[in-house]
Design a protein around this ligand. Structure first.
Ligand code: NAG
Ligand code: NAG
Ligand code: NAG
Ligand code: NAG
Ligand code: NAG
Ligand code: NAG
Ligand code: NAG
Ligand code: NAG
Ligand code: NAG
Ligand code: NAG
Length: 503
């Protein structure tokens, strides 16, 4: 190939000249110039953007920059870098941007109004910074916007009413902006393309209108720990693509709509910590994909629906701190994936169903503060993965089942108070994972088994208010981590070994 001397000279000049003259400020095009002047305003470590080289012809190869075929910058995407600056405001050269991501980059200052100039923008992510000030309403002029991520900042003010103009908006995350307040603009429910709405952990107030049902593409609604009130509209059942409903820790009233039962894709339903009344709709048993169901800390009444036995994917069931009555349905035996059952402080009656033993993945069983008479079913010994077992304040009778002390991960046993009788099983010494053993205020008899001294991890041992007799065995000194020991009101004689304290 013959060499063209002019090309050779040109290459020489473009490569060598900038090196010879370090005072040539910019060889780069105006877009690169704009980016470099933003870089110069940053206070972060210089090495973060070290390949933003002024001698390049265009910024297209720079970290975080993507260009189109015309070498126009279309994406600025930087994450998890310590830039210590502000969001760029001089954007007049960068109007070709379609995507701006400056997430977890230690930015301060506000979301600049100047962003309104980026008419091609469809993706904006300024999340996880320390941005302050209000969300500029100008953002709602960017009609191509599909995703807005402004979560985990310190934004204030309220959500602009013009948000309803963003008819292409699919994703809006504003969570963890504690001082973002105001009433949610009703116009937001006109954003019918929304799949993700997350305004959790803000101070936004308002209510959920029936028009929520028009959001046919909504998959996730996260309004947890906000200031919402009013009822959950039955129209929520029209949002057939919903997978996650997190409305916990608000001031919602009224009852749980039956129509939620028609949400076939629902995986997680968190309604805990509201003021909901009425019964738990049995229709929820139709949500076959339901994994986490937590309606605790409300004022719900009625029974636990038998239809819950259809929830074969259910892992966590939280109904505690309500006024639920009737029995624990034996049908729960079909929910083989259950790991956590929390039903404490209700008015649930009837015996603990022996079917509980079919739940072999169960790690946590908390039933205290109900009206569950009769024995702890011996089938519980099949729940080999139990870590926490709390059954106090129920009126339970019968023995402490020996089987539970074979569990390898059991940490907490609290059976106090009840009317349990018999002796503390000797094989308690096999349960080396045990940290907390509380059986005070029962009718237990016999001695403290010597084997208890094998429990090196035991922190709390409470046996008071029983009919336990004889001496405290010297082996108890083997419980080297014991921090709390309560033995009073028993028939125990002598002193506590190793100390001079009496019982
Ligand atoms: C904004 O940037 C352009 C070049 O990109 C420059 O000409 C202009 O002076 C800048 N304006 C301000 C206010 O910095
Ligand atoms: C910078 O950001 C990181 C993570 O986003 C955070 O841990 C760190 O505290 C921030 N530094 C300052 C000085 O804000
Ligand atoms: C934007 O929304 C506001 C308030 O909802 C409305 O008055 C205005 O006409 C809308 N603008 C456009 C361009 O749609
Ligand atoms: C918003 O939706 C309501 C119906 O829910 C409709 O009446 C109203 O015209 C819509 N507003 C805009 C700006 O589209
Ligand atoms: C929306 O929900 C309401 C209340 O559950 C129901 O009566 C109505 O038929 C639903 N509309 C559509 C279009 O699904
Ligand atoms: C759901 O549970 C109810 C009550 O246990 C039962 O009658 C019904 O057949 C179940 N439906 C399905 C589809 O499993
Ligand atoms: C149990 O619930 C009642 C109200 O139903 C409440 O007064 C009581 O404090 C709760 N008990 C505990 C220990 O939380
Ligand atoms: C529950 O366990 C019992 C005894 O092991 C067994 O006969 C029964 O089939 C189990 N039920 C289910 C639904 O697996
Ligand atoms: C134990 O039984 C007695 C007599 O039936 C009853 O009065 C008491 O409330 C029961 N204790 C507990 C903790 O349930
Ligand atoms: C369990 O405890 C009993 C009684 O202390 C003892 O005889 C037995 O060997 C222990 N089993 C295991 C596996 O440690």
């Amino acid at each position: 190939m013959p060499l063209n001397p002019w090309n050779t000279l040109f290459s020489f000049l473009t490569i060598i000249l900038p090196l010879l003259n370090p005072f040539v400020a910019f060889a780069v095009n105006p877009q690169g110039e704009a980016l470099l002047s933003w870089k110069q305003s940053l206070n972060g470590p210089a090495e973060a953007l070290s390949n933003w080289n002024p001698t390049d012809e265009a910024p297209c190869g720079w970290l975080g920059i993507t260009c189109n075929i015309n070498k126009e910058v279309v994406e600025l995407e930087l994450r998890h870098l310590s830039l210590y600056g502000t969001v760029p405001t001089n954007l007049s050269s960068l109007v070709s941007l379609t995507k701006v991501v400056l997430s977890s980059t230690n930015l301060t200052g506000s979301v600049p109004r100047e962003i309104a100039i980026l008419h091609e923008l469809n993706y904006l992510d300024l999340s996880d910074n320390a941005l302050t000030g209000e969300i500029p309403s100008e953002i709602c002029n960017l009609l191509k916007l599909q995703e807005i991520h402004l979560d985990s900042n310190q934004l204030e003010g309220s959500i602009p009413v013009q948000i309803g103009n963003l008819t292409s908006l699919k994703w809006l995350t504003l969570y963890e902006n504690q001082h973002l307040g105001g009433i949610i603009p009703q116009e937001i429910w006109n954003c019918t393309e929304l799949t993700m709405l997350d305004i959790g952990q803000t101070s936004v107030s308002g209510f959920l209108p029936p028009s929520l049902g028009l959001l046919k593409k909504l998959e996730n609604i996260y309004i947890d720990a906000a200031l919402f009130s009013g009822q959950i509209p039955p129209e929520i059942g029209n949002c057939s693509t919903l997978q996650n409903i997190y409305l916990n820790q608000n001031s919602l009233t009224g009852s749980i709509p039956k129509s939620i039962g028609s949400l076939k894709n629902l995986r997680n339903l968190y309604l805990w910590g509201n003021s909901l009344v009425g019964t738990i709709p049995s229709e929820l048993g139709n949500c076959k994909k339901l994994t986490l169901l937590d309606v605790s800390w409300n004022s719900l009444t009625g029974n636990i629906p038998q239809s819950f036995g259809n929830l074969s994917a259910l892992q966590e069931l939280g109904l505690q701190m309500n006024q639920i009555s009737s029995e624990i349905p034996a049908q729960l035996e079909n929910c083989k994936e259950l790991t956590r059952i929390s039903l404490q402080n209700n008015s649930i009656a009837g015996m603990i169903p022996s079917e509980i033993g079919n739940l072999t993945k169960l790690r946590l069983l908390i039933l205290w503060g109900n009206e569950l008479p009769g024995p702890i079913p011996s089938s519980i010994s099949k729940c080999q993965n139990l870590e926490i077992l709390e059954l106090g304040s129920n009126g339970l009778t019968g023995n402490i089942p020996q089987g539970i002390f074979q569990f390898k991960k059991l940490k907490i046993i609290d059976l106090s108070p009840n009317n349990l009788s018999g002796e503390i099983p000797e094989n308690i010494g096999n349960c080396s994972s045990l940290i907390w053993f509380e059986v005070g205020d029962n009718k237990l008899t016999g001695p403290i088994p010597r084997e208890i001294g094998n429990l090196e991890n035991l922190d709390i041992l409470s046996l008071s208010l029983n009919r336990i007799s004889r001496n405290v065995p010297a082996e108890i000194l083997g419980c080297r981590n014991l921090k709390y020991l309560s033995l009073h009101s028993n028939l125990i004689t002598g002193n506590i070994p190793g100390g001079n304290s009496s019982i």
